[in-house]
Design a protein around this ligand. Structure first.
Ligand code: DGP
Length: 118
């Protein structure tokens, strides 16, 4: 079994966070360190560490991530202006929390997709 992260405790509401949506498959809550006016994470309720660990049986949950992303974008008023969905996988992408999550970022011009190398 993979090791639980702080996100499992957030999903079970054992530690405080601003949950904006929850159903049988996914939970969405505001990022603790927002990079944009709207910065929300959507996570599977089941612990899946990275995209590399996804299996075909996870496909209903993966589809739910997108339908919930659209719903939250409308709720947050960023659907028309636009937003970015982002999933980091492992070290080179800078993944910090090893519980699969989709970032929803919006509410300002987000700029180029990748930071320039210095
Ligand atoms: P990533 O680099 O893709 O693994 O992003 C992890 C994100 O998780 C990062 O933007 C900060 C956020 N985060 C980490 N710990 C917590 C927490 O305890 N609560 C909340 N709400 N967000 C957290």
């Amino acid at each position: 079994m993979p090791e639980e992260t702080i996100f499992s405790k957030i999903i079970r509401r054992e530690i405080p966070s601003e949950i904006v949506y929850q159903d049988d498959l996914v939970t969405a809550f505001r990022d603790i360190n927002p990079q944009a006016p709207t910065h929300i994470l959507i996570v599977p309720n089941k612990l899946i560490p990275t995209v590399n660990d996804v299996t075909p049986e996870d496909e209903p949950m993966l589809g739910r991530l997108f339908t919930v992303a659209g719903r939250i974008a409308r709720q947050e008023g960023i659907a028309e202006g636009g937003y970015r969905l982002l999933v980091n996988c492992n070290r080179d992408a800078g993944q910090e929390v090893y519980h699969l999550h989709m970032h929803i970022l919006g509410g300002r011009r987000l700029g180029p997709m990748l930071a320039r190398q210095s």
